[in-house]
Write a protein of this length. Structure first.
Length: 161
């Protein structure tokens, strides 16, 4: 496992959104870290909700936007289309650097089923993957996967040191 010199290896959410569209460049949402246009500001639950509100003036949480899209709400469908495209561009940059066999999605938005049907082909379109595609997998422990992993790492670190 790679921790990095400052303990933040893998914190890709504070890189700029790759290949932003003109509309994305116009929006340039501020991230909680203080920077603008971070991946986190676009493809987190709060990022999806903020994008939807900019488009429609309506306030919905990420899973509710996905549900509305599935039920035919056109603005929600358009927001989810852009969300999937942004997520794919961001993941493709990771695929190009690390070439993983699989990417496991965590967090609250990991419960949006369309992620697993929409992302694989899109990531393949944006990434340099001449030998095949990278699997996009749902975590095994739901929203608590990140906490479980952190607890496991802490337990392992305590055992070692």
């Amino acid at each position: 496992m790679l921790n990095g010199a400052h303990g933040i290896a893998g914190e890709w959410g504070h890189n700029p959104l790759p290949a932003p569209t003109p509309r994305e460049l116009d929006a340039m949402p501020r991230c909680y870290c203080g920077r603008a246009n971070c991946i986190e500001a676009w493809i987190s639950g709060t990022g999806l909700a903020a994008d939807f509100k900019r488009r429609t003036g309506r306030t919905l949480h990420g899973p509710d936007i996905a549900s509305a899209a599935a039920n035919g709400d056109e603005p929600a469908r358009a927001a989810m289309e852009d969300f999937h495209d942004r997520f794919a561009r961001a993941l493709a940059s990771i695929v190009n650097v690390l070439d993983p066999d699989a990417i496991v999605i965590g967090g609250g938005l990991s419960n949006i089923d369309t992620i697993y049907s929409e992302l694989p082909a899109r990531v393949e379109r944006y990434a340099f993957t001449p030998e095949g595609h990278t699997a996009i997998l749902k975590n095994l422990h739901g929203d608590s996967s990140g906490v479980r992993g952190a607890a496991w790492l802490w337990t392992e670190a305590e055992a070692i040191g």
